[in-house]
Write a protein that binds this ligand. Sequence first.
Ligand code: SAM
Length: 276
Amino acid sequence: MRLDVVTIFPEYLEPLRHALLGKAIEQGILTVGVHDLRNWATDVHKSVDDTPYGGGPGMVMKPGVWGPALDDVAAGTAAGRDLTSSLPHVDKPRHDEPADIDRQATRGGDDADLPLLIVPTPAGRPFTQADAQEWSGEDHIVFACGRYEGIDQRVVEDAANRYRVREVSIGDYVLIGGEVAVLVIAEAIVRLIPGVLGNRRSHEEDSFSDGLLEGPSYTKPRHWRGLDVPEVLFSGNHAKVDRWRRDQALLRTRAVRPELLETVELSDVDRKLLEG
Ligand code: SAM
């Protein structure tokens, strides 16, 4: 997969080359290009924003800068720096070693040959785990980081000629800029690319994969500060442990995000637990 990020703060994207993402870069699973939007600014001040039509506070990012930037990134002619991994990970085996690489294409749709353009905005559709799963099969994703009051809307309309465009929000709050949203979205996507997480089961059992939140996890020691690991986890009975985990997921989901239960397929045993 290739990720390209267009931003006025390239240094904000530094975390993309650390830990598992850095390792995915080393392994050739991922390449990341970061492009300074100001490279496409044409005036002496390299300005990328202007006052909003209709008045109001703040500034809006200019179409005359964003348009050519997105044209060049789509065409692969944008000069920018590709991120390298922060540290050599290859000689440091870890439990999350990329292994068993099975890069499968899961692309589909009419214009799947176009790159995907993700535009983070609080006014977008909520980004979900299902999006991350779907987009983990993409070959090329471009991110457009807004700042100020956001990007002139015509940029998004025009980009649809060269991209499949998705405007997405990472939550019901307002950030200063799109860079942090890009880190969130990119990390959620990249960890699902086959081979990036060593153990595929670790994301198959994560929250949201089956529509539920994941229940609690425990490790050694068995007794800690007067608190004990639940007895069932030492039973050696896999069916019993699986049932316990399902019960914990159901109870936590009911307590914290009850609306999620409306779309989950529940067995008779699940129902009995939730009614009890
Ligand atoms: N005027 C915009 C509005 O009210 O919808 C907010 C602009 S915000 C200050 C600047 C930039 O931060 C946005 O263009 C977007 O890139 C990013 N941003 C802020 N909140 C976000 C969120 N919840 N999800 C995704 N991106 C966000």
